[in-house]
Write a protein that binds this ligand. Sequence first.
Ligand SMILES: Nc1ncnc2c1ncn2[C@@H]1O[C@H](COP(=O)(O)OP(=O)(O)O)[C@@H](O)[C@H]1O
Ligand SMILES: [Mg+2]
Length: 315
Amino acid sequence: MIGSCAAMQSLFRGIEKVSRWDTPVLIAGESGTGKELAAQAIHRASRRAGQPFVAVNCAAIPPTLLMSELFGYERGAFTGALKRKPGRIEMAHGGTLFLDEIGDMPLESQASLLRFLETGCIERLGSTESITVDARIVSATHVDLDAAVAAERFRGDLYHRLCVLRIKQPPLRERDGDITLLAEHILNNLRSHSPDHIKGFSPAALRALSAHDWPGNVRELINRTRHAAAMCENGVITPCDLDLQPPPETRPLTLAEVREAAELNAVKEALQRHHERLIDVAAELGISRVTLFRMMREHRLQVRKGGLGMVCLQG
Ligand SMILES: Nc1ncnc2c1ncn2[C@@H]1O[C@H](COP(=O)(O)OP(=O)(O)O)[C@@H](O)[C@H]1O
Ligand SMILES: [Mg+2]
């Protein structure tokens, strides 16, 4: 999992903490943010690491098949059940069961899953034999489960069982600096399969990547980079190859502008620190009161009428 920004560092710490426990954990976050990677990371860092990691995508399996996928069946349980088949829950014995897109699970399966969470036992379809399964439950969803519970689309009792521990996957637009890091990483992976020599992103492409909002998160970044790698000419990826608007050129600041901004900042902070007492502010900044007044006039920080040496900040 690539990430060096504060949001990802905090996610990594969260993953490490929940890995030490054996209680169910719910990973919340928008689509394409890497919830499945987080689930795998939790498994690998847990004491169950050497055991199976079994993933079930509750949204991808048709509701009529989900029960037999999860719980398995005996021969003859229904038409077409020609031989016994163990379910995914059973296959996760000793390891981790990853229930992806749990928010899309039909209510019927929710009831059976809740029974398993409460008893630690399952019954295959068409059987009355109870099988004990020891699996750690990690679930993930992009659905707002609180709202789903309120709308009675998701069982409240199941919700509380599933999210004893909770992890929030940050959306890509909140990962300052990581966007270009991830893009370079994705491009590097593509290079080995690419027939052409890809040099990299143009400076404008890097700025376009940082400026985009990324509603589809990392998955969208992967798709755009793939597309761009195929479409680019001369091996350099442009904003157009990424299907993004080129961001306007930003003019570098002059030294005078940098100085002015630093001066305004220093004066404002000193005013706040000394509760706007000008004698103390001037002493701390190492300037005379006359100079301080001039600076405040220039930066439009006004003296409040009536108060002796008091100012109000307007800048
Ligand atoms: N931090 C990351 N570093 C590298 N690849 C990532 C990262 N986050 C997500 N991905 C990749 O993005 C894609 C979508 O991630 P996935 O875990 O399937 O998202 P979600 O389950 O949240 O929809 C996958 O190909 C995954 O490998
Ligand atoms: Mg997913």
